[in-house]
Design a protein around this ligand. Structure first.
Ligand SMILES: [Zn+2]
Length: 388
């Protein structure tokens, strides 16, 4: 999930919003402001309903943000770097740069979200009660009752023990503590996620066919999302367990070919890409400092007519957006970052010096190689294709 724009930073964590979050605003304004409330509490002007519903939608997004921030803050307290928080159509995502080191840390990071939602529900419930006590207008009381209920729903839904929901993380932490094997615990919780996702899809289709409400579409959409993320997590856990003790230096392609930031895209294509076989190149400035990464994928976005005038610098992923690591770092710490990176590649530095690049092909090759060395024939299909 790449945020469309950045709202700002809260204690150093970038808060991004994907355009699809407008979907939540529109749905809540229509459902509450146009449909439910005018029937439930008649007698207000149309504008009052719509504005109150808009207020509800915004406060709902704020409580989603609080839920994700709780994950982020607890993760940081456990020494895990937080990449960003993104709000989108199906809620919020807090992207962590690495994994929890212990089951206890895993549990605390996961539980912080639903706890915050319960807390938010209590706050909104208390406000509703307060507004009843001071004889406020019914619509305002209703607004806070709805927000309390929404937050309870968020907490309960997220506690379902199926990855990537928080309950799935809690399940993983429990199995991990019990069996002492993080990778297997992650595989089980991802399997539970796939099962739950399929259940949601089937239940949604059943609603669409036999109940005839549009709600079924949401169930299908959320189910598809959960299945996709859970499958990727299962694959990642399996790769992680195969490469459990590998170091980055074992897997990386050393001394990668670099390219000059000031080259035109046209020259880059003819002089660099066509003569060498890589799909990604670290980009350096005149002094040899690394500015970022350019991939063939990025070049596709440049219209043929503009290749002469645009420079490589204009199409790179800047270094801040590319995962970086050191040669002696454990590979398993890098894998989640690699999965989240827009270009799917990481650069390896020894001090200031660029010494290697890790691509999905490198990881896939390492998994196959380890499988062959361990006599485990199942190893290679785990990373069939690098999309994950
Ligand atoms: Zn959560």
């Amino acid at each position: 999930m790449r945020p469309t724009f950045t709202l700002g930073r809260i204690s150093g964590v970038r808060i991004g919003v994907h355009w699809s979050v407008l979907g939540i605003l529109v749905i809540l304004v229509v459902a509450l402001g146009f449909r439910s409330w005018p029937v439930l509490v008649p007698g207000y002007s149309a504008a009052t309903y719509v504005l109150t519903a808009l207020g509800a939608a915004v406060l709902f997004l704020v409580s989603l943000l609080a839920h994700e921030l709780a994950h982020a803050v607890v993760a940081r307290r456990q020494g895990i770097e937080v990449q960003d928080i993104t709000l989108w159509l199906l809620g919020g995502v807090a992207s962590l740069r690495s994994e929890a080191r212990t089951p206890g840390a895993d549990l605390r990071i996961a539980a912080a979200g639903p706890l915050t939602s319960v807390l938010a529900a209590a706050v909104f419930g208390a406000l509703a009660w307060l507004f009843v006590a001071v004889d406020a207008t019914t619509l305002v009381v209703l607004l806070f009752v709805y927000l309390a209920v929404f937050n309870i729903v968020i907490a309960v839904f997220n506690l379902i023990p199926a990855a990537p929901l928080d309950g799935g993380r809690i399940l993983r932490a429990g199995l991990w503590a019990w069996k002492g094997d993080r990778a297997r615990a992650a595989v089980w919780s991802a399997r539970a996620g796939q099962g739950f996702g399929v259940f949601l899809i089937l239940a949604g289709v059943w609603q669409l066919l036999f109940v005839g409400t549009g709600n079924g579409l949401w169930w299908v959409l959320i189910g598809l999302f959960i299945v996709a993320v859970a499958s990727a997590e299962e694959q990642q856990a399996r790769v992680g367990s195969t490469l459990a003790d590998a170091r980055v230096s074992e897997v990386m392609t050393p001394d990668p070919d670099t390219t000059d930031a000031t080259l035109s895209v046209q020259d880059f294509l003819h002089d660099v890409v066509l003569t060498r076989r890589h799909a990604a190149f670290p980009v350096v400035d005149a002094d040899g400092r690394v500015e970022g990464l350019v991939t063939l994928n990025r070049m596709r976005s440049v219209p043929t007519g503009e290749r002469e005038t645009m420079t490589v610098r204009e199409i790179i992923s800047p270094l801040e957006e590319v995962p970086t690591t050191q040669p002696d770092a454990p590979l398993t710490d890098l894998l989640p970052e690699l999965g989240n990176a827009p270009d799917g590649r990481a650069l390896v530095f020894d001090g200031d010096k660029l010494v290697g690049i890790v691509t999905p092909t490198d990881v896939s090759r390492a998994v196959t190689l380890r499988g062959l060395l361990n006599g485990d024939g199942r190893a290679s299909p785990w990373v069939s294709g690098s999309a994950g």
